[in-house]
Design a binder for this molecule. Structure first.
Ligand code: ADP
Ligand code: ZN
Length: 612
């Protein structure tokens, strides 16, 4: 038999997975792996990374070994493969003994196309000896191998040895997020220096992004979630306590919300994750402990009640919305206190000094991005090295460009006040001092003699707050690590002097309320109205879609898998639009391969038949 080539791959794509064409870089990546060469592929979430190793594993001789960091991810992928009729199995600590020995029997008989393992599982020598011939080795979520990334997993480090353990076996590493240094590190750690690298655009055209400075965050989160009632979403908070409070507040407001964090016992966590996964209108309030295991495709929004740790983490987290390619949203709330906490965590972690420095720089970049004046999506893409990213036209900044004001003079006054007050006070007292408020105690009394006392009396207090925040975001001011009474100090003396000399302009967003801008809800409504024409299901089609969805839910329950393993929303929408009458019609729809056609085709057709 001739070596498999890209035409064989396309045949599998059509017959098994029911997709007509490769997407983006899939074809190039698959061609490379089929040719037996090492590959590093960075494709956006929803870009179809799994097929990049699944199809070559099915075509090449031997079993394809897939290393994946999370059991939930493996479960989902194996369920989806089996539903499509692919011989796939997993070996991880949660697999019962009986199933393990079945898997080994299949492995020895050479009847397995894909085997998913955890990094620890692979470290055990006994497994390695029983693997037999390998078609390829795939490392999923490869950014976990790098400590520059945001999801570093120490047990991923051992994967560097795969190159010597399995010489001659092509290796492919895939990930959705990695900035340039992280990519270089992945290549070095996994010995993929010579591998061909495929880096897709980081754009996610279906995501609408927004960020706001925090103002009564609890109420704001409830308001944002209620405006999205009936959709599946995630609300991230940084602490367990914050998560519990948000879940309680949402439930109080009549939204079905669950809490998820590392403080809950494992059984409860997996039960909640399952509910979120298997229903399509549950809101999960969570810490980032609710993370990579989530590959639910129809998450419609991600709200950051507290900001993430870096732009990469942000992209990974908002990236959990809209994996199915349908419109989805990300809203992030942030404040100067969050930046202080991020910097504190980084500086107090037990990481090596250079790692800490990178973490602190990444925190600053994140806040500059959140508080910035440039298109959100383009900002992320530039961060990942796409120099020519165009404005997205759909984020808060593009839809309603904020006016920036020159705050250089105010900044100089605030910096002078911090200096004249000997860098001994927190934000509140510095601002009171600028405003010339009556002294509260004898210490205030002393400082009321200084030349900066009252120099800002003609500027309203909220504006001073924003100026000080801006200087914190820019790093010109810093806040001490005492969490109860953080002290303002000069963070960057060169920048300060440049501001005094008016050589470094300080630009700041005008306060949002002042301009009577549209609220995010109004912008949403406007967007939804625009989308209506594009999505374009009429009433009858909508009705069919709903009935297909109910049918899918009951089949999924019977088979004990998440609904999207049966058919994706995109496939259901395509069925509702096409209104197919025969199995042949049905087989032309993307996402319906041979096996699914045989298994579900008749049920779908009879559902269509019953149309009122
Ligand atoms: P990733 O892991 O990159 O986020 P997945 O591999 O989970 O993405 O694929 C995301 C979705 O896109 C899945 O529902 C998958 O079936 C679908 N998909 C993948 N490749 C194609 C393709 N060539 N055509 C249509 N749909 C595809
Ligand atoms: Zn934009």
């Amino acid at each position: 038999m001739a070596d498999p080539d890209i035409n064989d791959a396309r045949e599998i794509l059509r017959r098994v997975f029911g997709h007509r064409e490769f997407r983006g870089l899939q074809e190039d990546v698959i061609g490379e792996v089929l040719a037996g060469r090492d590959t590093l592929a960075v494709l956006p979430t929803g870009g179809g990374k799994s097929l990049c190793y699944q199809i070559p594993a099915m075509l090449r001789e031997g079993v394809g070994l897939v290393v994946s960091p999370l059991i939930a991810l493996m479960q989902d992928q194996v369920a989806a493969l089996r539903t499509a009729g692919v011989a796939a199995a997993r070996l991880d600590s949660s697999v019962p003994a009986g199933e393990r020995s079945e898997t080994f029997a299949l492995l020895e008989a050479g009847k397995l196309d894909l085997l998913y393992v955890s990094p620890e599982g692979l470290a055990a020598g006994s497994l390695r000896e029983r693997l037999g011939k390998l078609a390829l080795i795939a490392t999923d979520e490869a950014h976990c191998v790098s400590q520059w990334g945001h999801d570093f997993r120490p047990d991923y480090r051992g994967l560097g040895r795969l190159a010597e353990l399995f010489p001659g076996v092509p290796r492919i590493a895939v990930t959705a997020t990695a900035d340039q240094p992280t990519r270089a590190d992945i290549a070095a750690q996994l010995h993929l220096e010579d591998a061909r690298k495929f880096i897709a655009s980081f754009d996610r055209p279906n995501l609408s992004l927004a960020a706001e400075r925090k103002d009564r965050p609890a109420e704001r989160v409830a308001q944002l979630v209620k405006a999205r009632a009936g959709q599946a979403g995630i609300v991230y908070a940084s602490t367990r306590d914050g998560v519990e409070k948000i879940a309680a507040a949402l439930n109080g407001a009549g939204v079905a919300a669950l809490a998820y964090h590392a403080g809950l016992d494992a059984g409860l966590r997996s039960e909640r994750q399952k509910r979120f996964q298997n229903e399509d209108d549950v809101v999960m309030a969570a810490t980032v402990a609710f993370g990579m295991g989530v590959d639910k495709p129809d998450v419609r929004f991600v709200i950051h009640a507290d900001p993430p740790k870096s732009i990469e983490a942000y992209w990974q987290e908002v990236g959990r919305a809209g994996r199915d390619g349908e419109p989805a949203e990300g809203v992030a709330l942030y404040g100067a206190g969050d930046l202080r906490r991020s910097l504190m965590w980084a500086s107090q972690s037990d990481a090596a000094p250079d790692v800490k420095a990178v973490q602190m720089r990444k925190a600053r970049q994140l806040f500059a991005f959140l508080d910035g004046l440039a298109c959100r999506r383009a900002g992320v893409r530039r961060y990942f090295g796409e120099a020519d990213a165009a404005p997205c036209g759909a984020c808060d900044i593009c839809l309603d460009p904020p006016v920036s004001i020159d705050a250089t003079e105010l900044a100089a006054k605030a910096l002078s006040a911090v200096l004249r007050m000997d860098q001994r006070f927190g934000r509140g007292r510095v601002i009171d001092h600028l405003l010339g408020k009556p002294p509260r105690d004898s210490l205030d009394e002393t400082y009321a003699q200084r030349s900066t006392y009252g120099i800002g009396a003609d500027t309203p207090e909220p504006l001073w707050r924003r100026v000080v925040e801006q200087l914190l975001f820019d790093g010109v001011l810093s806040e001490g690590e005492d969490s109860l009474r953080p002290i303002l100090a000069i963070g960057d003396e060169d920048a300060m002097r440049a501001i005094f000399r008016k050589e470094l302009p300080v630009r700041m967003r005008e306060a949002q309320a002042k301009r009577g801008r549209r609220t995010p809800e109004e912008r949403r409504a406007a967007r939804a109205a625009r989308r209506g024409d594009a999505a374009g299901l009429d009433d009858a089609q909508n009705d069919l879609f709903e009935r297909l969805r109910q049918w899918r839910l009951s089949v999924a329950k019977q088979e004990g898998v998440p609904p999207y393993v049966i058919f994706s929303n995109a496939t259901l929408t395509a069925i509702a639009e096409a209104n197919p009458k025969t199995l042949r019609d049905l087989s032309g729809i993307s996402g319906i391969g041979e096996k699914k056609l045989a298994r579900y085709g008749e049920s779908v057709l009879s559902l269509i038949d019953q149309a009122p």
